[in-house]
Design a protein around this ligand. Structure first.
Ligand code: DP6
Length: 351
């Protein structure tokens, strides 16, 4: 098994004292996609989604309160954050301060091991780790559902990375008050029968994407004639997916995940102007996945806001699938991921 990814550049946690906390979180890959917000400020989705948290590409984040500082500071992989990244972190800390009723500014130090902005869910692990660390640093005592709601405000998909294994993010009620919708929209673990799943990740291009997922989903909701039909069918896909997971039917899980992802990309292709994340290398991997199925191997593809492909299969088939995918994209990086743990605080030893 090849697991080549850079190690975190974050310093090992010092003794976390009062007002300081360090958390680690992993990205998740959606098998039923979140695509489209009905409320931008509260990050409320039009549809529920479901994902598997990975055991690769952790993000480690330390939050240290600084009573003397006049503004927040954010360091990403050793470099001060600027622009949109900085704005999103500061807005998130504002929210935490409001919840905690405390005024202190903070220093956020984040080490990401996943290529940022390449459709590999760096914002999911990033905001899940930040939610857990910031809540602890500001002395908030939140249960997992509340942490998931908080992480959601940073990035929708982060609501799911609070949990390990499979998690479902409920859309929440779309009528009634904003407070009800906010409270109803959180992730929780999904009951599954015995599955031994793996996701073979083909990184065909680790560069940042041309259009952010935030902008792309906004444009899709606003302009794509295919968005509403996809959203309606995604609700059915979610119910079918939950049933397939309960029965431990990996073939059905894969088929539903693949159709849901292809449908999501269809909605963006029909947006005006179109958003196309899939590249020739993506299509080459998709062809290889089809060939694997013809050869009797249960392998199913999913893609997010980028050209990289994640192939769901059983752990027993993972090496065979990885070899086939490597053959299809000799210039890419292919690694095998399994289900990982949810976001958690690190204690003093960095464990
Ligand atoms: C295609 O969670 O990154 O990966 O809420 O605007 O931060 P924001 O979006 P984000 O979108 C993820 C979209 C996706 C599908 C998914 O993870 O469900």
């Amino acid at each position: 098994m090849r697991r080549e990814h850079p190690t975190t550049v974050l310093r090992p946690p010092e003794q976390d004292t009062a007002g300081t906390a360090t958390a680690v979180a992993h990205p998740n890959i959606a098998l039923i996609k979140y695509w489209g917000k009905r409320d931008e400020r509260l990050v409320l989705p039009w549809t529920g989604s479901l994902s598997m948290t990975l055991d690769v590409f952790p993000t480690t984040t330390r939050v240290r309160l600084d009573a003397e500082a006049g503004h927040d500071e954010a360091i990403l992989n050793g470099v001060p954050a600027t622009g949109e990244a900085r704005r999103r972190i500061t807005a998130f800390l504002e929210l935490v301060r409001e919840l905690a009723g405390r005024p202190e500014r903070a220093v956020v130090d984040t080490g990401n091991t996943v290529p940022t902005g390449a459709g590999l869910a760096s914002s999911a692990s990033g905001f899940a780790a930040l939610a857990v660390a910031a809540a602890a640093a500001y002395g908030l005592d939140l249960d997992e559902a509340a942490l998931s709601r908080l992480a959601r405000r940073g990035s929708g998909s982060a609501s799911r990375s609070v949990f390990g294994g499979f998690a479902v993010w409920h859309a929440g009620p779309d009528t009634g008050t904003a407070a009800d919708a906010d409270l109803g929209s959180y992730a929780e673990p999904v009951p599954t029968a015995d599955l031994d799943p793996a996701l073979v990740i083909a990184v065909v291009n680790a560069g940042p994407k041309a259009v952010s997922s935030r902008e792309a989903m906004r444009r899709t909701v606003d302009t794509s004639p295919l968005y509403r039909p996809w959203a309606a069918s995604s609700k059915d896909d979610l119910a079918d997916m939950r049933a397939a997971l309960r029965r431990g039917d990996l073939e059905a899980v894969g088929e539903i995940a693949e159709r849901n992802a292809l449908g999501m990309h269809a909605t963006m292709l029909a947006a005006r102007p179109a958003v196309r994340y899939l590249s020739p290398a993506t299509v080459t991997v998709l062809d290889r996945v089809l060939q694997l199925r013809r050869d009797g191997v249960g392998a199913y593809a999913t893609m997010d806001a980028g050209p990289n492909v994640k192939v769901l299969c059983s752990r027993a088939d993972a090496e065979r699938v990885a070899e086939a995918v490597r053959g299809a994209v000799p210039d890419g990086t292919v690694l095998v991921a399994g289900p990982g743990r949810g976001a958690r605080l690190l204690n003093e030893g960095g464990r």
